[in-house]
Design a protein around this ligand. Structure first.
Ligand SMILES: Nc1nc2c(ncn2[C@@H]2O[C@H](COP(=O)(O)OP(=O)(O)OP(=O)(O)O)[C@@H](O)[C@H]2O)c(=O)[nH]1
Length: 550
């Protein structure tokens, strides 16, 4: 903030005229927007010295409402709080004091914090809440160095409270330390306030000689400062002091000075002190008419003060009550918020649990699908392994026999002929020996593939062992069977295997049997076909022979 503005605020208690001159001479255009607001605040504050505190209070209220800068706003709140107590605006004052207390709870700026405490201290002092005022003074003492004006104000407050409470013990030592601190702070105004508080205490403790010495020291300074409130308080004290010292004329002069001023709320205590002296003097001089007049004025002033005290107490109670309501509301809101938080947390947790459950279910389902797919695949594989020959893909012997045992009785019931072809590759050992086993294997596979080209898909083709194969054909007589066998023989003749060392030809010998001759027994069918096959081998191989009953 602008140094000139800060200076004006610093000196305004001690030299308000100089402060006013400086403020009016400032070039407004050169100020930042925040400093313009600060300038407006200072103008409102200094207007208090024009004699109308009420007007100054209104100006400050307007500043407080209008300004944007939080710094200027909180500074204005401090002055409003203190000023409300001088004007007896207790209801507003407690409201401001509460707002200020709340603001101070979060205040990080040390100067603003001390300023705030200062405003609160003045307010609670005037509100006669001495316990709170003492606490505030202690806080100020803790936060400020010995030579700070804030520290000095704390000392003034403590002395003022001692005077108000009319303590009987000597405060001489305390006064001397306080005075040293206040002198170090360089504030004439605060030193005068301290002196006046101590002066009041000395008078109340009936120590007129000490009080007199002090008053002599004070006089010049008070006159120089020229603040009406201080002038009146000092003269009221002087009136009491001179009366105690028996200097009636001087007591009268001082009291009259007080009573000649406008009858305002902020000067009420000084007025009462002065009137009290005037009543005593008039009585002592046996001027009863005058004494009555002063007594009436005194009673009026005292009743005003009592009224003010009642208003003050009620406002204080009300403020505490409002605060309690607000605290309850805040506590209630806190609880509601906590409840909402817990509900949201609960909902979130529920969502998490549901999501987790869904994920787990999805994983389980996927695992289940995968597992059933795998097990189906495995099952098929096992089934295949159990039913088929691994090399050629034809059915194996056991499956062939099993199937034949199921098929044949059905065919028998249907009176449908079936025939069985048995064939064996020729000179296969030789092929193995000359071409190698791998070629032999290839040949076996190619043979089965060639057979499947000839027969129907529902025909049972099986590898019975080694290079021997069987074909079972339902709804087929021996002539048709021999025909199929012939086709198969030719197909095998056409089988070619790649990557062989020399030209490789392959053939097979066939034997065909049928149910019309040997019945529907698989063993008989096989045996009969085997005989026919044997015949083919005997007759030079690569041929088909049917079984005939001899
Ligand atoms: N590469 C191969 N050879 C096999 C397999 N099973 C049996 N063999 C062979 O097939 C040959 C059968 O030989 P043999 O029973 O003497 O009959 P062959 O040489 O075909 O002679 P003929 O039947 O009289 O024409 C043997 O050498 C077996 O080792 C097989 O899975 N792969």
């Amino acid at each position: 903030q602008d140094a000139a503005l800060l200076d004006i605020e610093r000196i305004h208690f001690d030299d308000h005229q100089q402060a006013l001159v400086l403020l009016n001479n400032l070039d407004l255009q050169s100020l930042s927007p925040e400093d313009k607001e600060y300038h407006r605040f200072l103008k409102a504050l200094l207007s208090a010295y024009e004699g109308n505190l009420e007007n100054a209070f209104h100006s400050l209220t307007a500043v407080y409402t209008d300004v944007q800068s939080t710094r200027v706003k909180s500074r204005t709140l401090v002055s409003l709080t203190a000023m409300a107590s001088f004007l007896g605006k207790w209801e507003q004052g407690f409201m401001y004091a509460n707002a200020l207390q709340r603001a101070l709870a979060n205040e990080k700026d040390e100067t603003l914090m001390l300023k705030g405490l200062q405003g609160l201290l003045i307010f609670y002092l005037n509100a006669e809440q001495y316990d709170i005022a003492k606490m505030l003074a202690q806080r100020i003492e803790k936060h400020s160095p010995a030579d700070s004006p804030y520290r000095c104000l704390g000392e003034v407050a403590m002395m003022d409270i001692a005077a108000k409470e009319q303590v009987s013990e000597s405060k001489e030592a305390r006064y001397q330390t306080a005075k040293a601190n206040c002198a170090a702070s360089g504030s004439r105004y605060y030193i005068s306030l301290l002196d006046n508080a101590y002066l009041t205490l000395l008078i109340k403790q009936n120590k007129p000689q000490q009080a007199y010495r002090l008053s002599k020291i004070m006089k010049k300074r008070v006159e120089d400062i020229d603040v009406l409130f201080l002038d009146l308080a000092f003269n009221a004290s002087l009136a009491q002091l001179y009366y105690l010292l028996g200097d009636v004329e001087k007591a009268k002069t001082s009291a009259t000075f007080v009573l000649d001023q406008l009858d305002k709320r902020e000067f009420l205590q000084s007025r009462i002190d002065a009137l009290l002296v005037m009543v005593k003097i008039a009585k002592a001089q046996q001027d009863f008419a005058q004494a009555l007049q002063y007594a009436e004025a005194l009673s009026k002033a005292e009743s005003l003060l009592r009224e003010d005290n009642v208003v003050k107490q009620v406002a204080y109670q009300q403020a505490n009550f409002n605060l309690a309501i607000k605290e309850n509301e805040i506590a209630l809101l806190d609880k509601k918020n906590k409840l909402l938080e817990q509900q949201t947390q609960l909902t979130n947790e529920k969502i998490n649990v549901v999501t987790l459950a869904l994920v787990v279910i999805a994983i389980c389902l996927a695992a289940l699908v995968f597992w059933s797919y795998r097990s189906r695949k495995l099952h098929l594989k096992f089934k295949q392994l159990a039913e088929k020959d691994g090399l050629t893909g034809a059915f194996n012997r056991s499956f062939f026999i099993e199937s034949a045992q199921k098929v044949l009785p059905v065919q028998k019931d249907l009176q449908s002929d079936c025939c069985l072809i048995l064939f064996d590759l020729d000179h296969f050992k030789q092929i193995n020996d000359t071409q190698g086993h791998q070629v032999g294997d290839k040949l076996l596979s190619a043979t089965v593939a060639a057979i499947y080209e000839v027969v129907n898909a529902d025909t049972l083709v099986a590898r019975m062992g080694g290079e021997e194969f069987a074909i079972l054909m339902p709804r087929c007589d021996v002539i048709h069977g021999a025909c199929v066998a012939e086709q198969c023989r030719k197909a095998i003749e056409g089988v070619r295997v790649t990557h062989v060392k020399s030209n490789l030809t392959v053939s097979a010998s066939f034997g065909v049997s049928d149910t019309s001759q040997v019945g529907y027994n698989i063993d008989n069918l096989l045996a009969a076909a085997d005989l026919a096959l044997y015949k083919s081998k005997q007759n030079g191989r690569n041929q088909v022979n049917r079984y005939f009953v001899e």
